[in-house]
Design a protein around this ligand. Sequence first.
Ligand SMILES: Nc1ncnc2c1ncn2[C@@H]1O[C@H](COP(=O)(O)OP(=O)(O)OP(=O)(O)O)[C@@H](O)[C@H]1O
Ligand SMILES: [Mg+2]
Length: 396
Amino acid sequence: MAGVIIPSDPEEYKDVVSKLLSRYGYKISPPAFGSRGYMLEVEKNGRKFAVLLKNHKVKCNVAQIEKFLDLLETKDMKRFDGGWFISASGFSKPALTYLESLQSKKLYIWNHIDKNLSRMYPTLGSNHIGQLQPEDPFRQKYFGIFTCKGGVGKTTIAAHLAGAFALMGYDVVLLDLDPEKNLRKLFMQGTDDESPSLYIPSTNAARPGSTITVLNHDEWEPSHYRDMQIIICDCSPVLEQNPAELVKLFDYCIVPTTLTPLGIAKNADVITRTFRHIRQMNKNAAMFALINGYDRSEVFAARNKKLLEHLAAHLSGYTKTDTLCHFIHPDDAAIRFSTILQYWGFHLIDGSKPQLSFSEQRGKNHPRTDFLRLAEYLEDHTAIEELRKAGEYELQ
Ligand SMILES: Nc1ncnc2c1ncn2[C@@H]1O[C@H](COP(=O)(O)OP(=O)(O)OP(=O)(O)O)[C@@H](O)[C@H]1O
Ligand SMILES: [Mg+2]
């Protein structure tokens, strides 16, 4: 890929960055009248940042960072959630050392290289993760599949949601956090298969297919999988058995539940307990309760309606206080009960080739339809779509 020439004219450079950020879903506007010290205002998901741009020939230094930090403390800047300092010429060694010891919750530092912005501060992987930070379109997104109840379909959903995302063009890592380590077995091509993976051919001739890579928690090394856009974690129903450092990384959490009187239990307790558990460890994750094993038959319509009303009434008390928690109404997405899913994993018994439950049976496949619909719902309600677009953008 040819390098992008950074224009020396500040106005032209502003256009380059504006274009880049708008491709990642940011709304760009000029600074408010009379404001000084920054060049752009960017907004996404209700959060606003002031952006300082430096397209210098020499590296940016400590004094420039200090000046911007001071600006962020002024009264006029209180309306922002923070400030972005973007440099097209990198940062000097003393500046990098300075950033190592800096403790600011308002400052974000980016290096602009070619068509990428990589974040220098707060560094990814440090203890800043999990605290308030701008929606980072360049970081891969983590999904946790978790309910504090066994056998509700976590593993089935983790694997097939990975399949649906792969069909849509994302490269996915499927990470097994459950000490039972079922996922790996489910994807292994043979007894000596050390790194199970699945290639999902593209449904669109214009782009290549995607991969699902299956890893146990102890094999996870984020720096080796930077080009994977989505990490899906299949969790143990016992929260403490899941590695805390990964639960803290979840951007999104899918909470499978069954729509049965015992499944939702008294006052939808299982779901709210799950929401609460995750929230104690992770302040930022958006959570989505999803019905699994749903039956859309007309004969159950009246009972399902009653159960849904019961569930919605009891969940609303909780979701009012934690607005990042949502219930996915089955009209939008739900996973139907299906015999193909019930027998998924049969290859472990008969030694056949591992595959997802996406092949057609008599011209129909409910799991594929349901999981694609779920993946589309998630594209509409999360910030993942930009990752796919970013991939396409880089291919140009
Ligand atoms: N929509 C569905 N239709 C039919 N069978 C399903 C469906 N979802 C899951 N199952 C079946 O239910 C069983 C439990 O599913 P799964 O192992 O995915 O649950 P889990 O929540 O991961 O369980 P655990 O808590 O033990 O990890 C499996 O046999 C699976 O095939
Ligand atoms: Mg499981």
